[in-house]
Design a protein around this ligand. Structure first.
Ligand code: M6R
Length: 608
């Protein structure tokens, strides 16, 4: 979603701000802008569309200065156009604001400000902030920001400039991530570490209710009563290579091909093969607390919710603990049954998804212990959970989640191993799981080595208008994930269904134009799925089958076959999802679409 970057220091700010915005492109946006305080008032440039448009504008009409803020906007209130792009300014062009989040009471505030004589130019909720700060300004920008924020309901990550208190950036956060980057005699503000990684690795994460005041002489963190808050400095470990394409055409393809390594990183140091056990240092739960858990609630959104469905099967089948998987957006507004022996597992690649964060807070409030399965180190969920398992998959830039999914499933398998071995799982069974997990990186590689076969299938079906994805047991969530990947980047309508449920409705869709992807490795329900394949074939559907070994029974029934190596039933999702990621990728590329930044989507959904 929207992105913020700001700089104060001795250097010329524009190139760094533009570079920072480019690093935020992956999050999804539709317009961009920059504002500078340079001793001659505030200068602003804004453009609809890509950062390159803004860059062109700035090249043609340079904007000078060394104190600036910049933004990528993902439209919520008002169309994507130049006027609605941020920074938003006040009546007198003395205050400039960039904002991530939503001001919920903006309509009432706007009316109030209009009655006081303020004139509005944009349709955004953000513009009220500029006018509120203008109205409250009395010489010190941070005081005006505090006064303005006292009137605001909603969520925000903001960065503010004033020409009347120049050489300063004030930033503040409530519900939308923000960090301060520390350089040598220079300071940055960003909503995402990727924006400033090229400049510094030392960061201070702001928490809700905190503000940063940055000048080239230093920074301080205050609460919204202007009291100083002492904060620790964290180091970002990502390398620059990890946020670059490294020779691949797209981040998504790079991330698909990274999976042998990323899954290895998720498991590193955590599997004790001999004992069939896992070591998870960050759970913050004693053995007795782990044994006392009598219910698990998994909450997440999108792809992370799909991995949660696999986690449900793991915990019930192997650890014999009751488990519910909830869309975070639903969970937060229900009256769920949660007790102090409930473990709430919160799954999120970004660690910033607004619904997931709110669901976690709600579970905590009701007395549950919370455990975050998060990829982004230092993200809000990772900082607020009671314990966690970092995925260690490295930055995921492609909007379509790929490597995070396989790492989430691996992390869930590690967690299950721990819970199950503390209960009823034998060491022999535990060893079997651990050994099968160790084989996964090489098995994923062997699937990737045959990516060209998936590309041929993509060529055949790139013009299809509908797809069905069918699977049973562990493969049903994979069917959902395959369908989600295809629809989000290729814009082809796709549905995932439990294979046997198809005959209760979706079978009506099947004709000779309909590609049906069966995810049918040789597992406990393979024979059942074969009957479902027959039902599709009998109606002329085109069958693409992901399976795991040569099967005479499939002869004549399937049109295209993709083979994955054999593993134990519970780990097949980590293998069968790889061809589905590739299929979605190649189809989208062949349709000429922007794979890494699909329309309407944002990488990290920080609004409700
Ligand atoms: O960062 P999170 O895992 O919390 O994100 C959840 C979803 O927004 C995300 O998985 C989304 O569905 C992806 N675009 C799927 O590819």
């Amino acid at each position: 979603m929207c992105g913020i970057v700001g700089y104060v220091g001795p250097r010329v700010a524009t190139p760094m701000l533009i570079e920072g915005l480019k690093r935020l492109e992956y999050r999804g946006y539709d317009s961009a802008g920059i504002a500078m305080s340079n001793g001659h008032g505030l200068e602003t440039r804004k453009a609809k569309g890509k950062i390159s448009m803004l860059e062109g504008l700035v090249n043609g009409n340079p904007i000078h200065g060394s104190v600036g803020i910049a933004h990528t906007r993902w439209a919520t209130h008002g169309k994507p156009n130049e006027c609605n792009a941020h920074p938003q300014v006040d009546c007198t062009n003395t205050i400039a604001v960039v904002h991530n989040g939503i001001i919920e009471n903006f309509s009432a505030l706007r009316k109030m400000l209009q009655m006081q004589g303020h004139t509005f130019k944009s349709e955004t909720d953000t513009e009220v902030l500029a006018h509120l700060i203008e109205a409250a300004f009395d010489g010190k920008l941070e005081d005006a920001v505090i006064d303005a924020l006292a009137l605001v309901e909603g969520t925000y990550g903001i960065a503010v400039l004033s020409s009347k208190d120049p050489d300063k950036i004030v930033c503040a956060r409530k519900g939308s991530p923000l960090l301060i980057g520390l350089g040598e005699g220079e300071y940055f503000v960003a909503s995402d570490a990727a924006a400033i990684l090229q400049q510094t690795r030392q960061v201070v994460y702001l928490d809700d209710g905190e503000m940063g005041v940055l000048t080239k002489d230093g920074y301080e963190v205050l609460d919204l009563d202007a009291r100083r808050v002492s904060k620790g400095v964290s180091r970002i470990d990502w390398s620059l290579d990890e946020i670059e394409k490294g020779g691949f055409d797209h981040f998504m393809l790079k991330e698909i091909f990274e999976q042998p390594q990323t899954i290895q990183n998720t498991m590193r140091g955590r599997l004790v093969v001999e004992e069939g056990f896992s070591k998870l240092g960050g759970l913050n739960l004693t053995k007795d607390e782990l044994k006392a858990i009598d219910q698990i609630v998994i909450t997440a959104c999108g792809t992370s919710w799909h991995s949660g469905l696999i986690g449900e099967l793991y915990t019930e089948e192997l650890a014999r603990i009751r488990c519910e998987v909830e869309y975070a957006s639903e969970f937060r507004y229900r009256n769920p049954i949660v007790t102090d022996t409930t473990l709430c597992v919160v799954i999120s690649q970004s660690g910033e998804t607004a619904d997931t964060l709110a669901a976690m807070r709600e579970a905590k409030r009701r007395g549950a212990k919370t455990l975050g399965l998060v990829n982004v180190v230092g993200s809000t969920i990772a900082r607020e959970d009671d314990g966690g398992i970092y995925l260690h998959a490295g930055p995921e830039i492609g909007v379509a989640s790929t490597k995070a999914f396989t790492s989430q499933v691996a992390a869930l398998a590690l967690l299950t191993l721990k819970l199950a071995r503390l209960r009823n799982m034998s060491v022999v069974k535990g060893r079997e799981v651990a050994e099968a997990m160790l084989a996964l990186p090489a098995q994923i590689q062997s699937i990737l080595d045959h990516a060209s076969e998936v590309e041929e299938i993509a060529e055949r079906f790139k013009d299809a208008t509908n797809f069905l994805y069918l699977g049973r047991g562990y493969q049903f969530p994979v069917a959902l994930e395959g369908a989600l990947k295809l629809k989000e980047i290729s814009y082809i309508h796709a549905e995932g269904y439990p294979a046997a449920e198809m005959k209760h409705g979706p079978i009506a869709l099947i004709d000779s134009e309909m590609p049906v992807v069966f995810i049918a490795p040789h597992d406990a329900v393979f024979d059942k799925v074969v009957s479902n394949i027959q039902e599709v074939k009998a109606r002329g559907g085109k069958v693409i089958c992901i399976t795991s070994q040569e099967e005479p029974v499939l002869e004549g029934m399937i049109d295209h076959e993709i083979r994955v190596p054999q593993t134990i039933d519970m780990l097949y999702p980590i293998l069968t999802v790889i061809p589905l990621q590739l299929l979605a990728y190649y189809i989208a590329v062949k349709r000429g679409l922007n794979v890494d930044q699909p329309r309407n989507l944002a990488k990290s959904v920080t609004v409700e």
